[in-house]
Design a protein around this ligand. Structure first.
Ligand SMILES: Nc1ncnc2c1ncn2[C@@H]1O[C@H](COP(=O)(O)OP(=O)(O)OP(=O)(O)O)[C@@H](O)[C@H]1O
Ligand SMILES: [Mg+2]
Length: 241
């Protein structure tokens, strides 16, 4: 930025500070997230990497407002999620956060078109079906609108899931191993779609992945180990070498 005037610092997309979270009970109680501080700027693409069981999925659920930490602060798009009621949090998620899972999570009794359109309709969109059709065309599935998930390949199901996540135009998209159930070339198609859409819509991306190629495509990699951030990598300059 060349401006020297007192421009307000843009709010980060996501800011976590001092986040601690335990899961389970009794002997199975685990300190899953330990004093996490993490700031993600708007429009950034961040890859969360680390060993199995290190807490990546749990961290993603916390920053998507699907899991409440025991302590600390979670701020998304300037909203302190810790202060929202369950209903307000659900509405907030619907407007601000798209989510893609490794195992697609499509509704098996709904067609591809319905999987994308129905959540839009529930959110009050008047043109839900027309929008869903456009979103499915963007991911290359205009000829699969009436197929049920069981009639689609894994890659096609993930494209429907991506269309569903992007349809409300959320400023933030989080994905938990989006290519984890796909072969390399099908996964590559999903990766291209994710980054094309990030460029076009300016979406902030947070992606948990074991896929080195996908991690490399993210502007920044954050490593999780035993529930903590390795090297407290909170600056944009932490690019995977
Ligand atoms: N409900 C639960 N009760 C107790 N411990 C849990 C519970 N859910 C998760 N954990 C523990 O929390 C830790 C972090 O789990 P998480 O799923 O976030 O790991 P991950 O980094 O996503 O691993 P993977 O790469 O295998 O998906 C694990 O050690 C797991 O056993
Ligand atoms: Mg996981």
């Amino acid at each position: 930025m060349t401006e020297t005037s007192a421009t307000a610092q843009p709010e980060p997309a996501i800011a976590l500070s001092g986040v601690d979270l335990w899961l389970g009970r009794g002997a199975a109680r685990v300190h899953v997230l330990k004093d996490i501080d993490l700031t993600i700027d708007r429009g950034e693409a961040v890859g969360l990497v680390g060993p199995s069981g290190s807490g990546k999925s749990t961290l993603l659920m916390v920053l998507a407002g699907l899991e409440k930490p025991d302590s600390g602060r979670v701020t998304v798009a300037g909203e302190n999620l810790m202060q929202l009621s369950e209903d307000d949090l659900a509405r907030f998620r619907g407007r601000h956060i798209g989510i893609v899972f490794q195992s697609f999570h499509l509704i098996p009794t709904m067609t591809a078109l319905e999987n994308v359109a129905v959540p839009l309709e529930l959110a009050g969109a008047a043109d839900a079906f027309a929008r869903a059709e456009r979103e499915l065309a963007i991911v290359g599935l205009n000829d699969r609108l009436d197929h049920y998930p069981a009639q689609l390949s894994g890659g096609e199901q993930q494209r429907v899931a991506l269309a569903r996540a992007l349809a409300p135009n959320p400023p933030i998209l989080v994905a938990d191993e989006p290519t984890g159930n796909l072969d390399e070339s099908t996964g590559g198609t999903i990766v291209e779609l994710l980054f094309d859409q990030q460029r076009e819509r300016g979406t902030t991306l947070v992606i948990v992945t074991h896929d080195l190629e996908l991690a490399r495509r993210c502007g920044r990699t954050v490593r999780i180990r035993s529930g903590g951030i390795e090297g407290a990598a909170t600056s944009r300059a932490q690019v995977l070498a």
